[in-house]
Design a protein around this ligand. Structure first.
Ligand code: GAR
Length: 196
Protein backbone atom coordinates (compact mmCIF):
# COMPACT_ATOMS: atom_id res chain seq x y z
CA UNK A 1 0.00 0.00 0.00
CA UNK A 2 1.53 3.30 -1.15
CA UNK A 3 1.32 5.92 1.58
CA UNK A 4 0.92 9.57 0.64
CA UNK A 5 1.06 13.04 2.13
CA UNK A 6 -0.79 15.57 -0.06
CA UNK A 7 0.05 19.29 -0.06
CA UNK A 8 -2.53 21.84 -1.22
CA UNK A 9 -3.11 25.60 -1.30
CA UNK A 10 -6.63 25.92 -2.67
CA UNK A 11 -10.01 24.28 -3.10
CA UNK A 12 -8.64 20.74 -3.11
CA UNK A 13 -10.90 19.21 -5.76
CA UNK A 14 -8.06 16.92 -6.85
CA UNK A 15 -7.39 15.99 -3.23
CA UNK A 16 -11.08 15.10 -2.86
CA UNK A 17 -10.94 12.83 -5.93
CA UNK A 18 -7.90 11.06 -4.50
CA UNK A 19 -9.49 10.65 -1.05
CA UNK A 20 -12.57 9.15 -2.70
CA UNK A 21 -10.43 6.72 -4.72
CA UNK A 22 -8.52 5.71 -1.57
CA UNK A 23 -11.82 4.92 0.14
CA UNK A 24 -12.11 1.89 -2.15
CA UNK A 25 -10.37 -1.00 -0.36
CA UNK A 26 -9.09 -2.26 -3.73
CA UNK A 27 -7.22 0.99 -4.44
CA UNK A 28 -3.51 0.46 -3.66
CA UNK A 29 -2.76 3.82 -1.98
CA UNK A 30 -3.76 5.66 1.17
CA UNK A 31 -3.54 9.31 2.23
CA UNK A 32 -1.87 9.66 5.63
CA UNK A 33 -2.13 13.43 6.04
CA UNK A 34 -2.80 16.67 4.17
CA UNK A 35 -0.71 19.80 4.56
CA UNK A 36 -1.10 23.36 3.29
CA UNK A 37 0.78 26.65 3.19
CA UNK A 38 -2.34 28.57 4.25
CA UNK A 39 -5.77 27.91 5.74
CA UNK A 40 -6.81 26.34 2.45
CA UNK A 41 -10.48 25.64 1.78
CA UNK A 42 -9.57 22.13 0.59
CA UNK A 43 -8.45 21.06 4.08
CA UNK A 44 -12.15 20.50 4.74
CA UNK A 45 -12.06 17.45 2.48
CA UNK A 46 -9.24 15.99 4.56
CA UNK A 47 -11.19 16.58 7.75
CA UNK A 48 -14.29 14.91 6.29
CA UNK A 49 -12.16 11.85 5.56
CA UNK A 50 -10.66 11.96 9.08
CA UNK A 51 -7.15 12.77 7.88
CA UNK A 52 -4.58 14.64 9.93
CA UNK A 53 -4.01 18.15 8.60
CA UNK A 54 -1.24 20.67 9.14
CA UNK A 55 -0.64 24.24 7.98
CA UNK A 56 2.84 25.74 7.70
CA UNK A 57 2.68 29.33 6.47
CA UNK A 58 5.89 30.82 5.07
CA UNK A 59 5.16 34.24 6.62
CA UNK A 60 6.63 33.51 10.04
CA UNK A 61 10.02 32.26 8.87
CA UNK A 62 13.25 34.12 8.17
CA UNK A 63 13.94 32.13 5.00
CA UNK A 64 12.32 29.74 2.57
CA UNK A 65 14.69 26.99 3.72
CA UNK A 66 13.55 27.39 7.33
CA UNK A 67 9.91 27.25 6.27
CA UNK A 68 10.57 24.13 4.19
CA UNK A 69 12.41 22.51 7.10
CA UNK A 70 9.32 22.81 9.30
CA UNK A 71 7.11 21.64 6.43
CA UNK A 72 9.36 18.59 6.04
CA UNK A 73 9.24 17.80 9.75
CA UNK A 74 5.43 17.80 9.62
CA UNK A 75 5.64 15.37 6.70
CA UNK A 76 8.32 13.18 8.34
CA UNK A 77 6.01 12.30 11.23
CA UNK A 78 4.00 10.28 8.71
CA UNK A 79 6.92 8.68 6.80
CA UNK A 80 5.08 8.70 3.44
CA UNK A 81 6.26 6.83 0.35
CA UNK A 82 5.16 9.73 -1.85
CA UNK A 83 4.42 13.46 -1.57
CA UNK A 84 1.73 14.74 -3.92
CA UNK A 85 1.44 18.45 -4.74
CA UNK A 86 -2.20 18.90 -5.72
CA UNK A 87 -2.59 22.62 -6.29
CA UNK A 88 0.25 23.55 -3.92
CA UNK A 89 1.19 27.02 -5.15
CA UNK A 90 4.68 27.41 -3.66
CA UNK A 91 8.03 26.59 -5.20
CA UNK A 92 9.85 24.24 -2.83
CA UNK A 93 13.53 25.03 -2.18
CA UNK A 94 16.30 22.73 -3.38
CA UNK A 95 16.97 21.53 0.20
CA UNK A 96 13.44 20.10 0.36
CA UNK A 97 13.43 18.68 -3.18
CA UNK A 98 16.82 16.95 -2.69
CA UNK A 99 15.52 15.27 0.43
CA UNK A 100 12.60 13.57 -1.35
CA UNK A 101 13.50 13.43 -5.08
CA UNK A 102 12.09 11.57 -7.06
CA UNK A 103 9.22 10.87 -4.65
CA UNK A 104 7.43 14.21 -5.01
CA UNK A 105 4.98 14.66 -7.87
CA UNK A 106 3.11 17.76 -9.01
CA UNK A 107 -0.07 18.32 -10.93
CA UNK A 108 0.00 21.20 -13.41
CA UNK A 109 -2.80 22.57 -15.66
CA UNK A 110 -0.94 22.78 -18.98
CA UNK A 111 1.03 20.63 -21.36
CA UNK A 112 4.48 21.29 -19.90
CA UNK A 113 6.96 22.63 -20.91
CA UNK A 114 4.32 25.01 -22.23
CA UNK A 115 2.93 27.50 -19.70
CA UNK A 116 4.77 26.75 -16.45
CA UNK A 117 4.07 28.87 -13.36
CA UNK A 118 1.09 30.00 -11.35
CA UNK A 119 -1.17 31.17 -14.22
CA UNK A 120 -0.97 28.31 -16.71
CA UNK A 121 -4.61 28.44 -17.81
CA UNK A 122 -4.63 32.22 -18.24
CA UNK A 123 -1.31 32.10 -20.12
CA UNK A 124 -2.58 29.41 -22.55
CA UNK A 125 -5.64 31.54 -23.35
CA UNK A 126 -3.57 34.72 -23.72
CA UNK A 127 -1.23 32.92 -26.14
CA UNK A 128 -4.22 31.86 -28.28
CA UNK A 129 -3.29 28.18 -27.89
CA UNK A 130 -5.57 25.71 -29.65
CA UNK A 131 -4.99 22.98 -27.10
CA UNK A 132 -3.93 22.60 -23.51
CA UNK A 133 -4.19 19.87 -20.91
CA UNK A 134 -2.65 18.62 -17.72
CA UNK A 135 0.72 17.25 -16.71
CA UNK A 136 1.93 15.20 -13.78
CA UNK A 137 5.66 15.43 -13.26
CA UNK A 138 8.36 14.65 -10.74
CA UNK A 139 9.29 17.79 -8.82
CA UNK A 140 12.84 19.07 -9.22
CA UNK A 141 14.32 22.37 -8.03
CA UNK A 142 12.98 24.33 -11.04
CA UNK A 143 9.51 25.77 -11.62
CA UNK A 144 7.48 22.97 -13.28
CA UNK A 145 10.61 21.58 -14.94
CA UNK A 146 10.91 18.03 -13.56
CA UNK A 147 10.55 14.80 -15.60
CA UNK A 148 7.04 14.36 -17.02
CA UNK A 149 5.26 11.14 -16.08
CA UNK A 150 1.81 11.70 -17.56
CA UNK A 151 0.11 14.17 -19.90
CA UNK A 152 -3.41 14.52 -21.24
CA UNK A 153 -4.48 17.07 -23.82
CA UNK A 154 -7.77 18.77 -24.69
CA UNK A 155 -8.84 21.26 -27.34
CA UNK A 156 -9.55 24.79 -26.08
CA UNK A 157 -13.12 25.70 -27.12
CA UNK A 158 -13.44 29.16 -28.73
CA UNK A 159 -14.56 31.89 -26.34
CA UNK A 160 -14.23 29.82 -23.17
CA UNK A 161 -13.51 31.72 -19.94
CA UNK A 162 -10.40 31.07 -17.83
CA UNK A 163 -12.56 29.74 -15.00
CA UNK A 164 -14.51 27.35 -17.22
CA UNK A 165 -11.37 26.09 -18.97
CA UNK A 166 -9.69 25.46 -15.61
CA UNK A 167 -12.73 23.54 -14.39
CA UNK A 168 -12.61 21.34 -17.52
CA UNK A 169 -8.90 20.72 -17.04
CA UNK A 170 -9.55 19.75 -13.42
CA UNK A 171 -12.01 17.10 -14.60
CA UNK A 172 -9.15 15.55 -16.61
CA UNK A 173 -6.64 16.03 -13.79
CA UNK A 174 -8.73 14.17 -11.21
CA UNK A 175 -8.83 10.98 -13.27
CA UNK A 176 -5.20 11.37 -14.30
CA UNK A 177 -4.07 11.79 -10.68
CA UNK A 178 -5.99 8.74 -9.46
CA UNK A 179 -4.67 6.59 -12.35
CA UNK A 180 -1.08 7.80 -12.03
CA UNK A 181 -0.94 7.12 -8.31
CA UNK A 182 -2.41 3.67 -8.92
CA UNK A 183 0.36 3.03 -11.48
CA UNK A 184 3.05 4.17 -9.03
CA UNK A 185 1.56 2.06 -6.24
CA UNK A 186 1.47 -1.06 -8.40
CA UNK A 187 5.05 -0.48 -9.65
CA UNK A 188 3.79 -0.21 -13.23
CA UNK A 189 5.33 3.29 -13.12
CA UNK A 190 8.73 3.47 -11.43
CA UNK A 191 9.67 7.03 -10.47
CA UNK A 192 13.33 6.09 -10.07
CA UNK A 193 13.43 4.93 -13.71
CA UNK A 194 11.63 8.01 -15.08
CA UNK A 195 13.95 10.32 -13.18
CA UNK A 196 17.24 8.67 -14.18
C1 GAR B 1 -5.06 22.31 -10.32
O1 GAR B 1 -5.56 22.65 -11.59
C2 GAR B 1 -3.55 22.13 -10.38
O2 GAR B 1 -3.10 21.59 -11.58
C3 GAR B 1 -3.09 23.55 -10.23
O3 GAR B 1 -3.91 24.07 -9.23
C4 GAR B 1 -5.22 23.48 -9.36
C5 GAR B 1 -5.67 23.05 -7.99
O4 GAR B 1 -7.03 22.76 -8.01
N1 GAR B 1 -1.70 23.61 -9.89
C6 GAR B 1 -0.89 24.55 -10.35
O5 GAR B 1 -1.24 25.47 -11.06
C7 GAR B 1 0.56 24.39 -9.93
N2 GAR B 1 1.41 25.24 -10.69
P1 GAR B 1 -7.74 22.07 -6.76
O6 GAR B 1 -7.26 22.81 -5.50
O7 GAR B 1 -9.21 22.26 -6.98
O8 GAR B 1 -7.33 20.63 -6.76
Amino acid sequence: MLSIVVLISGTGSNLKALLEACDNPLYPAKVLAVGADRAAEGLEHAELFDKTTFVVQPGGFASKDEWAEVLASNIEIHQPDLIVLAGFMRVLPKSFVDRYYPRIINLHPSLLPKFPGAHAVRDALAAGAGETGSTIHIVDAGVDTGPVISQQSMAIPAGISEHELHERIKEIEKQQLVKTIEAIASDELKLEEVSS
